[in-house]
Design a protein around this ligand. Structure first.
Ligand SMILES: Cc1cc2nc3c(=O)[nH]c(=O)nc-3n(C[C@H](O)[C@H](O)[C@H](O)COP(=O)(O)OP(=O)(O)OC[C@H]3O[C@@H](n4cnc5c(N)ncnc54)[C@H](O)[C@@H]3O)c2cc1C
Length: 294
């Protein structure tokens, strides 16, 4: 199988730990990880896996994922090499799915384009951001999306924003594992590099003040409830610092679970359950997990 995969995608690795593939640094072994460097390679790979009935998982930056300790026997398709960003017209940018949000922010700054500054500190790819409708500081990526091009059922399709049904931390791509986002067109506002840089600094400073957990994590574990951060409920239950093995509720940001060493997915999932139970008991509130459990 490895020989067949490298014929389609030369950048294929065997037996890679999810510890090195995710920001949580948790999880077992991924049997194969492919890094296609062209859309053709990616689509051929998806078609090959479909024909061979091999499970696939699309990975962006791995910043919103808790991978299981038992690993994944199929093919992980990582988009990170599909990372071109280009100016289409004075206010429109096309980014391939694997472009990092930080690279997008840098590109926008260089071209004096404003609108994505609040998203610059999200440690993932633009593809992952679309799936999750990532957001920060009151703004979501949906706000600047014009269209998304994706591959599904052997066809490349493009949909306009109005057809993507963005909502809080979801889009039509959420829970749609056989669909791969290829690229995104964003519409921004003409500004100056100086103005964009000023905004970037402001958002980075705010992020460092509120999220500087400094340990492996997957960001916020739970979605907001009634427009309130889940961290508020968790903190008020006295759960900051609560620990199960090496999985711990961050002392800096109660919405984050951090991996303090060799945490397992089992420990994280048990800690999630404990948090849910305590918040439900004290506030009658049902917390909903935001991260993707693989
Ligand atoms: C320190 C830290 C801070 C964070 N802060 C924020 C924040 O402020 N706001 C926020 O919203 N999130 C935040 N996150 C969570 C995370 O960074 C975002 O959800 C991000 O958008 C995920 O992107 P990714 O490329 O890492 O996706 P991944 O984690 O790799 O994948 C997430 C999901 O998207 C799917 N996916 C990824 N790429 C594609 C593609 N091309 N096609 C189809 N499916 C795909 C995956 O299969 C998976 O289901 C934070 C995480 C960390 C670790």
């Amino acid at each position: 199988m490895y020989n067949q995969l490298i014929k389609i995608c030369p950048n294929t690795l065997e037996k890679v730990s999810f510890r090195s593939l995710t920001t949580f640094k948790i999880g077992g072994i991924a049997r194969y990880v492919c890094y296609p460097s062209s859309v053709d390679e990616l689509t051929n790979l998806v078609m090959f896996c479909k024909e061979q009935k091999i499970d696939t998982f699309v990975l962006g930056g791995g910043s919103n994922i808790l991978a299981d300790d038992t690993g994944f026997l199929g093919v992980v398709i990582c988009t990170k090499r599909l990372n071109e960003i280009a100016l289409l017209s004075p206010c429109r940018v096309r980014a391939q799915a694997g472009a990092m949000m930080s690279a997008l922010a840098h590109f926008c700054k260089t071209h004096g384009l404003s609108g994505a500054e609040n998203l610059c500190g999200i440690p993932g790819t633009i593809g992952g951001a679309i799936v999750m409708n990532a957001g920060a500081f009151g703004g979501e990526i949906a706000k600047i999306v014009e269209s998304v091009t994706y591959f599904e059922n052997g066809k490349v399709e493009t949909k306009k924003k109005s057809q993507l049904f963005f909502d809080y931390r979801k889009s039509i791509f959420t829970n749609r594992p056989n669909c791969v986002i290829l690229s995104v067109v964003l519409r921004l506002k003409k500004s100056t590099p100086e103005f964009v840089q000023e905004n970037l600094l402001r958002f980075i400073t705010q992020r460092q003040a509120s999220q500087n957990v400094g340990m492996p994590s997957a960001g916020s574990i739970f979605k907001k409830v009634n427009h309130e951060s889940a961290a508020v409920y968790i903190q008020n239950c006295g759960l900051k610092g609560a620990k199960l093995g090496d999985a711990m509720v961050s002392n800096e940001h109660a919405g984050f679970i951090i991996n303090t060493g060799r945490a397992t997915s089992k420990q994280v999932l048990s800690l999630i359950e404990k948090i849910k139970q305590e918040v439900k008991l004290k506030y009658g509130v049902e917390l909903e997990v935001e991260i993707v459990v693989l």
